[in-house]
Design a protein around this ligand. Sequence first.
Ligand SMILES: Cc1ncc(C[n+]2csc(CCOP(=O)(O)OP(=O)(O)O)c2C)c(N)n1
Ligand SMILES: [Mg+2]
Length: 322
Amino acid sequence: MELTREQLIDAYRRMRLIRGFEDKLNELVMAGRLSGFLHLYAGEEAVAVGVAAHLTDRDYFSSTHRGHGHCIAKGVDINGMMAELFGRATGTCKGKGGSMHIADVDKGMLGANGIVGAGIPIAVGAALTAKTRGGDSVSVAFFGDGASNQGAFHEVANMAALWKLPVVFVCENNGYGEATPAEFAVSVPNVADRASAYGMPGLVANGMDFFEVYAEAGEAIERARRGEGPSLLEFKTYRYYGHFVGDNTAYRLKEEEEAMRRDHDPLTGFEEQTVSGGLLSADELREVDAAVADEIEQAVKFAEESPSPTPEDLLADVYVRY
Ligand SMILES: Cc1ncc(C[n+]2csc(CCOP(=O)(O)OP(=O)(O)O)c2C)c(N)n1
Ligand SMILES: [Mg+2]
């Protein structure tokens, strides 16, 4: 699966957009310009983007409390996302969802989710719908190492394997569930080891490397599209910020954080591989950086200048009539 120049630029742009968006949110909260409880995806960009590079709007993502990166990778508009975080009427969910409930069904983004593990059955439900209707849509469930211990995951892993549903389980193992190291809470060395219990392929790969994610996700997605059932992919990754904005990360060493940023950064790695391989030039990547920085500034301006929802909006979109 060779990537074209356009696809490479697009992948880099999405990763840079996620990084810039998350860094900006951290800055806005720290400056007191934005409130709310935010879990940032910076550091994990290669996972969402490497998976999304195989999908179209007809395919589905279900997400987690750390969902901004999944939304951006899936093509959700960042003006709407930023306005959503500011609670404005122009937000993706009209300002009523916020960080942990961003959903955009037109983009196949079934929603972030504040309940750990609860997004996984939603992706499996979408896969069941896709199989029942026919067609070749595939669904991807993102979840963390912590979520892999939730009952919901195990129930639907069994169901998806039994019914050969077109779903890919993507565990983003960032080493921690809040302050708890994965080694302390997960009974096996790798979450992917659990795949054999359900009769599906399980695979561990480096989630800091876009090309590795792209290759492994491609195989699992193709398998799902062919009707051969689910796979469990575990990508080892790292979140650069704390569990939430404001977490002082007293449970991990500063040296660990610095080493991950210095030696394993997904954007730097992508640049090294594409530039040394003669696929892209550093100048083109700097152009992308500049355009993305502008886009993010525009999104903040758009959000800050947007109106808040009115009291009348409160009861709109609460019930759906069929
Ligand atoms: C059912 C449930 N239990 C506990 C919590 C509190 N909580 C929020 S995030 C989190 C840790 C999740 O860890 P992981 O799945 O590894 O995701 P990460 O934060 O590392 O991306 C916990 C325990 C919750 N939101 N929902
Ligand atoms: Mg985790």
